[in-house]
Design a protein around this ligand. Structure first.
Ligand code: UD1
Length: 365
């Protein structure tokens, strides 16, 4: 029996690991799968609610790390995760995505001689000012196995001399979760609770440090959203980081703008409901570019680069620099002429099954 530990830490990790955990149950004679939650995200709204919605069992270990500077957060995770690895001696550690928990667990594992697999490997924005880009580059450079969601991932890894035979194009586990959870959105009351009509509101998420940690930039984005709310209702469930800086910068007056609804972070099912029924989505998130591509809802990404080019090449995503005037014009135009798109290869709900099969029958077979 081989032992595999998957690591989750922040909100976008939970939906990637939930289907992987389910898929490993199909191989319960060959592989035992454990989950370690670093506690990078710890709020009920950012963490616990996701475990419930995704039917994830309580993690086998919770490290309780919480928020801190990048160095402190990464270091604390390494210290605590090393203890788990010493006790459990897994055959493989599986990390997902690009958050600090990903790189911290990756470094800890390889330094203890434990094999490492990265799910969602090879994505590159080529913008090293993004902390996630550093996390991606470091994690991939020390991983033994790479599971990729789109072809650009393979091309990037090959360019960086990652051994070809250990790259597996499996699709997107985030889409596995989305497909699994979609029927549950029928019971969500989030639209009615907020007087939102299907196909008649713009859904917004912003939390990248480059957009929300600078007063001038956040003000510019809020002004743009205020203007947008004059032509279309805007619903903006705020990440705690964004809410915190909005208050710190004294920008609370935006909380009172008519037709611009600033709300608490939504749980997974409510957020899927909000996404699938939106007329258009404005975001700076990574995962939402993929989810909107699957749902075929137009998406405007307020960033200068994306690590997920397939969402632009064949999906509904449009990349726009986060400048108020340009962004407003592009959004207005997209509301009138929505971009259509196609679902990328293997974004079919079976990515996690491919991963568990490769691990249990190919790598350990
Ligand atoms: C992290 C990830 C980012 C991901 C995002 C999704 C890194 C470098 N960044 O960014 O890639 O897109 O999660 O949410 O790992 N906070 C709370 N409650 C929580 C979690 C955070 O209030 O449960 C607040 C804290 O004030 C904290 C701030 O949010 O200081 C930022 O949290 P942190 O985990 O450091 O980074 P994120 O911005 O969430």
């Amino acid at each position: 029996m081989k032992k595999i530990i998957s690591v989750v830490g922040a909100r976008p990790n939970f939906m990637k690991v939930a289907p992987i955990h389910r898929a490993f149950q199909e191989y319960s004679n060959e592989c035992k799968h454990l989950i370690v939650h670093t506690g990078q995200h710890y709020d009920k709204k950012m963490s616990d609610d996701f475990f419930t919605a995704l039917e994830l069992p309580d993690p086998d270990y919770f490290l309780g790390i919480g928020s801190a500077s990048h160095a402190v957060q990464t270091a604390k995770i390494m210290i605590e995760f090393e203890k788990i690895l010493l006790a459990e001696k897994p055959d493989l550690v599986l990390v997902v995505g690009d958050v600090n928990s990903t790189v911290a667990a990756a470094l800890t594992s390889v330094k203890m001689g434990i094999k490492l697999a990265h799910v969602e490997a090879g994505l590159r924005s080529n913008d090293r000012e993004m902390p996630e880009e550093i996390n991606r580059i470091v994690t991939d450079s020390i991983s033994n196995f790479a599971f990729i969601t789109e072809y650009s991932g393979k091309a990037n890894l090959i360019k960086e001399n990652f051994p070809k035979e250990n790259i597996f194009f499996v699709g997107n586990t985030m889409i596995d979760s989305l497909k699994y959870a979609l029927p549950k959105t029928e019971k969500s009351t989030i639209l009615a609770d907020n007087n939102l009509e299907k196909n008649n509101y713009v859904l917004v998420t912003l939390h990248r440090p480059s957009n929300v940690d600078d007063k001038k930039q956040l003000t510019e984005m809020m002004e743009m959203l205020k203007k947008l709310s004059e032509i279309n209702k805007v619903y903006f469930p705020m990440h705690p980081r964004t809410k915190k800086t909005l208050v710190e910068f004294g920008l609370d007056s935006y909380l009172k703008v008519q037709n611009l609804i600033l709300a608490e972070p939504a749980n997974y099912i409510d957020f899927l409901t909000l996404m699938k029924s939106a007329k258009l989505i404005v975001t700076d998130s990574g995962g939402i570019q993929e989810e909107t591509t699957y749902l075929q809802v137009p998406c405007i990404t307020l960033r200068t680069s994306t690590e997920r080019p397939v969402t632009i090449e064949s999906g509904t995503n449009i990349l726009v620099p986060p400048k108020a005037d340009t962004a407003y014009e592009v959004i207005k135009n997209a509301l009138e002429n929505p971009k259509e798109g196609e679902i990328p290869q293997f974004w079919d709900g079976n990515a996690a099954l491919r991963i568990s099969e490769i691990i249990c029958t190919n790598i350990f077979g």
